[in-house]
Design a protein around this ligand. Structure first.
Ligand SMILES: N[C@@H](CCC(=O)N[C@@H](CS)C(=O)NCC(=O)O)C(=O)O
Length: 221
């Protein structure tokens, strides 16, 4: 059975989890502590320490760079999910680059400022240290002060996606593609703390969110 190593609020893990559920793929979730990557390090045979990581029998799958999408492509290929068709290849690349930057950056900061509510006490030192080493000392306090501006930034970054839904139910047409799941993951991370509502400025995207939340592919005949 496929195993997904993750932590539950990670935007990239939420995206992969939803793809797995969409594909009705039997799986097991393995939650790992944010601050202790020992298990990931072991499973990947000392090659990777981030999440998500997928284990499928003897295959261990993880990203090779920020834009590789190796895990999603593996699932797409193995379960014929139709998420990466040739006619949308370049377009999806441009879109996920935006999604994983312009949407993800304000989104994860807005969620992270509530970390005490979802990171267990034993893991908080590692969490703060990791954030401060990456984004500078006092970054979490700074993001708290910037909360309103970050909310505006997050909402503005979603506008083109709301517009993409003017003529069809998913971002690139009649069926969900990888970018739908990617955006779903980033928004899922933003909503994770429970402190934010879906931005009211984007009603079409709010409806899409509900669709993406429960969609499962048709059972192959
Ligand atoms: N491009 C990678 C990014 C993965 C990533 O940034 N994972 C974060 C969690 S959201 C992580 O493990 N960060 C911990 C670290 O870098 O030490 C992907 O799409 O999977």
């Amino acid at each position: 059975m496929i195993q997904l190593y993750q932590f539950p609020w990670s935007p990239f893990c939420i995206a992969i989890r939803r793809i797995i559920e969409f594909g009705r793929v039997p799986h097991r979730i393995v939650n790992i502590p944010n601050g202790d990557r020992t298990l990931i390090w072991k499973v990947t045979r000392q090659r990777y320490y981030q999440v998500p990581v997928l284990k499928d029998g003897r295959n261990v799958i993880f990203e090779t760079d920020d834009s590789s999408q190796v895990i999603a492509k593996y699932l797409d290929d193995k379960f014929a999910l139709g998420l990466f068709s040739e006619e949308i290849r370049g377009l999806q690349f441009i879109l996920w680059s935006w999604i994983e930057d312009r949407v993800e950056t304000p989104g994860f900061k807005l969620n992270d400022i509530h970390y005490e509510e979802f990171v267990p006490k034993s893991d908080r030192l590692g969490f703060i240290r990791h954030k401060e080493r990456k984004f500078g000392r006092g970054c979490l306090e700074l993001w708290r002060e910037q909360q309103l501006a970050l909310l505006r930034e997050f909402t503005a970054a979603l506008l083109p996606f709301d517009q993409m839904l003017l003529a069809h139910p998913f971002l690139l047409g009649e069926r969900p593609r990888f970018v739908d799941f990617d955006l779903y993951g980033m928004i899922g991370n933003f909503l994770y703390s429970g402190h934010y509502e879906f931005p009211v400025e984007h009603p079409r995207l709010a409806e899409w969110w509900q669709r993406m939340h429960r969609i499962q592919r048709d059972v192959p005949k």
